[in-house]
Design a binder for this molecule. Structure first.
Ligand code: ADP
Ligand code: ADP
Ligand code: MG
Length: 453
């Protein structure tokens, strides 16, 4: 096992990684921006190094600064968390050249899954169903219209380099496509530095179901069941996730799991990764993309498999063999995660900043909280609005939903606005309670809210 690991991230995931290091007897080195000097991850770590000013570009995305921090502290390995450098092949490559282990997949696997077009090609080669659409990037508007004519409207124009729910645009007709093509391209160039687009069939009211995979460096790989992430905001960002998915039959779970492992193995994947799929109303599934990192919603998988995914990431990166096979993996109970954000639900979810004066968090059997904030902590405007993840586990889904409702009712925060009032209403919606959700659920729910106010 490593002696010392650098945590190249902030927020709840930095705390989560540090805890995993300590559980394994590994020293953790934190990096922080000037705005984060009083953060929990800084005080939890054995050592902390300031890597720059408040903005992400000047600190957590300051490549030279982060690499220098790794070098001067003499770490054996770096854990990138999610976001930031987690899916940057050049970061992993730079570490490699310094003789420092990147806790994640091989550089080639990151690259193969780095853009949505090449990821889709890999899925096709692995004999995994993909969403119908262009076979790669589309050169121009008329080519896009040709693809749309074949698959039928509505279609999505997707930035090949997109992520975080951004760079996806729905168009309903040739005229609509013509109107949107240039802006979609320009937006993609501005956001991701790349204007390549692909065209994809818009699956109507799908579920987002993803498979967690875990593979060692000795050729062993397992899938750890699925996560249902259909409860998404208007920007395609996940809000509430759960495991298992209520509509997945054991046969479909196996088919999806085996397809995910085939795709991952085809690109030489190791460590923890997630293959995302859409599941349509007929129970057919289609590959969307692969996230080559730990995901925000990994705790629900940990809760029902009893496996600590962060610890496994470290063990795998240090060369350990998986001591279990697919037959040893069992899913027990039901877990749900709600993302708590510093946003004002009564003001279009505008980010909320300032001093947290009161933080009364729930805590009881089956209620887990992954967070970096506390009373006295100041939310600065520079980072993602997610401030905590509330994770509940029950024997079955009904119990988990009840626990989530109780936990949200007990959760009181003052000084800043949070999405907790919104989540309280959401988990009481009959469709949520019955598990009858798709990615269209939140947009419909928000419409109902406007009507009833
Ligand atoms: P996950 O797939 O791990 O659940 P998300 O899909 O919510 O995470 O986000 C994917 C990645 O994009 C995460 O690493 C997150 O840090 C980042 N991200 C989330 N929201 C945004 C945003 N609005 N802009 C840029 N990046 C984002
Ligand atoms: P990102 O890299 O931003 O996470 P994804 O391709 O994973 O992009 O898609 C994010 C979300 O957008 C999905 O969870 C789903 O809600 C929606 N989406 C993506 N592709 C399609 C599609 N072809 N049809 C319908 N919805 C889609
Ligand atoms: Mg995605």
């Amino acid at each position: 096992m490593f002696e010392r690991v650098l945590v190249a991230n902030r927020g709840e995931i930095a705390c989560r990684i540090i805890r995993a290091c300590h559980d394994l007897g590994v020293e953790a080195v934190a990096i922080y921006s000037q705005a984060d000097k009083d953060s929990l991850h800084v005080s939890m770590a054995d050592q902390a190094i300031c890597v720059g000013q408040a903005t992400n570009t000047e600190s957590y995305l300051n490549l030279a600064g982060v690499l220098a921090a790794a070098e001067v502290t003499g770490v054996d390995a770096v854990h990138p968390g999610y976001g930031y450098f987690s899916e940057r092949d050049r970061f992993a490559e730079a570490l490699e050249s310094l003789g420092i282990t990147f806790i994640g997949p091989p550089v080639e696997a990151i690259r193969a899954m780095g853009d949505k077009a090449s990821a889709k090609q890999a899925a096709i080669r692995a004999n995994c169903p993909v969403v119908p659409g262009s076979s790669g990037t589309v050169e121009n508007e008329s080519e896009a219209q040709k693809v749309a004519a074949e698959i039928g409207y509505p279609v999505l124009l997707k930035a090949v380099a997109g992520g975080g729910g951004r760079g996806i645009r729905r168009v309903n007709s040739d005229e609509d496509l013509a109107r949107n093509w240039k802006t979609a391209q320009a937006e993609s160039l501005a956001s991701f530095g790349n204007d390549e687009m692909l065209v994809e069939k818009c699956v109507v009211e799908p579920r987002h179901v993803e498979i967690q995979v875990l593979g060692d460096q000795h050729g062993n790989m397992v899938y750890l069941g699925e996560r249902e992430c259909s409860v998404q905001n208007l920007r395609h960002q996940k809000i509430v996730e759960e495991a298992p998915c209520v509509v997945l039959s054991p046969e479909t779970r196996r088919e999806m799991g085996e397809a995910a492992v085939r795709v991952a193995q085809l690109v030489g994947y190791t460590n923890a990764g997630t293959v995302e799929f859409l599941l349509d109303k007929d129970g057919k599934f289609y590959f969307l993309e692969m996230n080559t990192r730990i995901q925000v919603e990994h705790p629900v998988t940990e809760q029902i498999t009893g496996l600590d995914l962060l610890q496994w990431q470290l063990k795998i990166a240090s060369g350990e063999k998986l001591p279990f096979t697919q037959d040893d993996i069992t899913l027990t109970g039901h877990a749900i995660e709600a993302r708590i954000t510093a946003q004002d639900p009564d003001n279009d979810f505008a980010p909320s900043t300032g001093l947290i004066t009161k933080w009364c968090a729930p805590g009881f059997g089956g209620c887990r909280m992954d967070t970096h904030v506390f009373a006295g902590f100041t939310i600065s405007p520079f980072y993602d609005p997610m401030i905590a993840k509330l994770i509940v586990t029950g024997r079955d889904r009904d119990e988990a939903v009840r626990k989530l409702t109780v936990a949200l009712d007990e959760f009181h925060v003052e000084g800043i606005c949070t999405n907790i009032p919104f989540l309280r209403r959401l988990v009481r919606h009959p469709r949520y309670i019955s598990g009858d959700v798709s990615t269209a659920f939140v947009p419909e729910f928000l419409n109902e809210q406007t009507v009833s106010v």
